[in-house]
Write a protein that binds this ligand. Structure first.
Ligand SMILES: CC(C)(COP(=O)(O)OP(=O)(O)OC[C@H]1O[C@@H](n2cnc3c(N)ncnc32)[C@H](O)[C@@H]1OP(=O)(O)O)[C@@H](O)C(=O)NCCC(=O)NCCS
Length: 216
């Protein structure tokens, strides 16, 4: 995808090139963290247990707002990362955590993108794109048949601006999925829809369909 002005330069392991190996697990940098982004180079790497506190700080409040037991869910996911079946990729600048994805294996050839999140303060600078490109590179290499995401109807438009051009398409609206008024939209990706997303008309049609959900 083309770069926007102010976009962070990306040196994301595993992103964009299908021939790349998986995002490698590298040691967490043992340098003092003062909470500021020290340099403008974005790095993607796999989650390690030592990252738990920073991950909770980044995303737990948002998940609690969106889902009744979002905090507990996150805790469970992070604990199950060691046992396989769950993959968490972190996006950092220096030692500042700015975004993440959590993916869950759902049977052979199927994966759920359980969460994609970028810190509000740094949205619109290409971090979400780097994260989803990294997922796509992994999925192509793993010959995944399908990936899907469920997003709250409240946030689906922002999520769709990122995910539809990457090949996700509207699959279903689950009314009251997490309680009264907590509707969820299911978006699904397959290698075929990834091809279709090269067509701007297809992308606009998908985005229009999602916008219309708010009016129904
Ligand atoms: C969706 C999300 C991950 C996107 O992250 P991001 O870092 O802002 O993404 P990018 O900067 O790579 O932008 C992706 C696309 O979003 C759109 N976009 C992003 N910022 C925008 C802005 N300020 N104005 C207009 N469009 C914007 C653009 O269409 C952009 O595509 P482009 O490359 O064609 O310009 C982020 O908005 C987010 O975390 N939202 C909350 C998601 C959520 O609720 N997750 C929990 C449930 S899964």
């Amino acid at each position: 995808m083309p770069r926007r002005e102010g976009e962070i330069c990306t040196t994301a392991a595993g992103s964009r090139d299908a021939a790349q190996p998986p995002v490698p697990t590298v040691p967490t940098p043992r340098i003092a963290c003062d909470g500021r982004a020290g340099r403008e180079t974005l790095r993607l790497r796999s989650y390690q247990a030592v990252d738990a506190g920073r991950v909770v700080q980044l995303v737990a409040d948002a998940l609690e707002r969106l889902y009744p037991t979002g905090g507990e869910w996150l805790d469970r996911k992070l604990r199950s990362l060691d046992g396989g079946g769950v993959r968490c990729t972190l996006a950092e600048v220096g030692c500042t955590l700015l975004g993440l994805t959590i993916e869950t294996v759902k049977g052979l050839g199927r994966r759920k993108l359980s969460t994609i999140w970028v810190n509000e303060a740094v949205r619109g600078r290409g971090i979400g794109t780097a994260l989803i490109d990294s997922c796509l590179a992994n999925w192509r290499r793993e010959l995944l048949k399908e990936a899907y995401v469920t997003a709250s109807l409240q946030v689906v438009e922002a999520v769709a601006l990122l995910l539809v051009p990457a090949g996700f398409q509207f699959r279903a609206l689950e009314l009251d999925r997490y309680g009264a008024g907590r509707d969820e939209v299911v978006l699904a990706w397959s290698p075929a829809s990834r091809g279709a997303s090269a067509d701007r008309g297809w992308v606009d049609e998908q985005l229009g369909e999602l916008q219309a959900l708010h009016k129904d």
